[in-house]
Write a new protein. Sequence first.
Lengths: 82, 82
Amino acid sequence: MDNINKPIQSVTIKSTQDLGSFVRTFRVAQKMTQADISGLANTGNRFIVELENGKPTVQLQKVLDVLDTLGLEMVIQRKGRY
Amino acid sequence: MDNINKPIQSVTIKSTQDLGSFVRTFRVAQKMTQADISGLANTGNRFIVELENGKPTVQLQKVLDVLDTLGLEMVIQRKGRY
DNA sequence: TCACTTAATTACCGTTAGGTAATATTTTCA
DNA sequence: TGAAAATATTACCTAACGGTAATTAAGTGA
């Protein structure tokens, strides 16, 4: 599939790596720095680094804060929808 | 809106409370106990209790494990989609 | 190439997540 | 209503989250 120039609709998160990679890609696409996010989301730079690198133990509320800062939201659904 | 007997398609998670409430409701609908989940997801019962009660600091990977056990998946998307 | 920006690492450290196991409380239903 | 099942709480404990601040490394653009 050709995803070039195709706006992202949604990404299924199967692992913390998936989330980290997506957050990084999306952040960069928004031309934001890690410092921008950590400032807006009231976290340390360290948290952003760890999140983007897929740390499994990041805390949920902080993740939600970062997603909100990026204009993203989390959805739960049954497996296999598309 | 009448949601009775309407299969859940997706739930937007704006807070850890949202997630906890949804997990509980879904688990009960599946006729599973907390012990069932904690067994299958390799966590303690304590984690399930805390997750369902909306603890903000639950760790992401464990949440993903529980969702997987329930046949659910996490999706990230831009805000405001429906 | 070199200066500047951004990202990553490290040390320090108080707080706490969450496992287990025991106990208590609440819910369920025959 | 009473016993069993399910959920919640507690104590004990180790590992480690994540903030700050300083430092280092990596990336970028003129």
